[in-house]
Design a protein around this ligand. Structure first.
Ligand code: TA6
Length: 297
């Protein structure tokens, strides 16, 4: 199987035969995952790819903060990782069946004003010292995203992190998400009301924006996006150290409100986002937090 890695000024493309992945250095954002030529990730036709705003689609990296917080009013929603250019570290593994590449981000790569904004919520408002390494591994039927975040300072600091995965679907009406039955969730569409998921298969017929907290999985209850549309294989989401899962579809009104998202694109995407977001993670000085998701067909 021909295995290839191609770099250009904005992105790197990995390929194993007709399976490929594309990652922009901006945000280390995966923007394509094709399985035998079929695109499995959603990127809006109106996505901005020039580095002036977060890419609307693919797998944006959310760090050091999920969402917005009153404690860090100057930190943009979802933090700065997805809107900062990561350093290209090159190919870390290249076999006949898998290619993995790595990217890095540290304090020196980030706008100091954003680091200060993050520090607002830290003890003594000390700017956290960090070094992040992001590895993307493409296999014949898998795409793995692995984050390693080290506290390179002398004091602990808090963060939340998430892989904001946009999956392409044939038709949202034919889609269901499994693996969340019995899980407590925070419903952001219902002003943060909490409830417990009763459905084995979650379908979408309106705006959905839910944080499912501490999602346990087992062989019989895997987290997956299932489509009735013929020829659309199920995408399973395997997680390590990412206990929480956000399910999001903007539906009509929020779709119209986004300038980098076409009005009807809510019909062909769903976000299933693995993260550590329900509570902040406190990373002690010198320690490294590692987490990963593997999308598998
Ligand atoms: O992950 C879901 C969410 O937090 C939604 O509330 C919505 O805001 C979405 O992220 C997109 O956020 P963005 O900042 O990329 O427009």
């Amino acid at each position: 199987m021909p295995v290839d890695t191609t770099t250009s000024p904005d992105k790197v493309v990995l390929s194993i035969g007709t399976t490929s992945a594309e990652i922009y250095y901006y945000g280390a954002t995966v923007t394509s995952w094709k399985l035998n030529g079929d695109e499995r990730l959603f990127v809006s036709k109106s996505a901005v790819l020039d580095g002036t705003k977060a890419i609307r689609g693919g797998i944006p990296l959310v760090f050091p903060q999920f969402g917005k917080s009153d404690h860090t009013p100057k930190l943009p929603q979802h933090g700065f990782a997805r809107t900062t250019r990561w350093r290209w570290l090159g190919v870390s593994a290249d076999t006949a069946s898998e290619i993995s590449v790595r990217f890095a981000l540290g304090n020196a790569d980030v706008d100091p004003a954003l680091l200060e904004a993050w520090a607002e919520a830290q003890p003594g408002k000390v700017v956290p010292a960090f070094q992040a390494t992001y590895t993307v591994a493409l296999g014949p039927t898998t795409l793995k995203s692995h984050l390693a975040i080290q506290n390179t300072g002398t004091a602990p600091w808090d963060f939340t992190a998430l892989l904001h995965t946009y999956l392409a679907v044939g038709a949202i009406g034919d889609v269901s998400v499994t693996g969340l039955q019995g899980v407590r969730y925070v419903d952001k569409v219902a002003d943060g009301a909490e409830a417990t998921e009763t459905r084995e298969s979650i379908t979408v017929d309106g705006e959905v924006d839910r944080v499912y907290v501490d999602v346990k999985t087992s062989p019989s209850t895997r987290l997956a996006v299932v489509e009735k549309t013929p020829g659309r294989p199920t995408v399973s989401v395997h997680r390590s150290a990412l206990p929480d899962v956000v399910v999001w579809n903007p539906w009509t009104e929020k779709a119209r409100a986004m300038g980098d998202f076409d009005d009807d694109e809510y019909r062909t995407m769903i976000c299933v986002e693995a993260g550590h977001v329900a509570t902040p993670y406190t990373l002690p000085a010198g320690e490294t937090w590692t987490a990963s998701q593997t999308l598998a067909v």
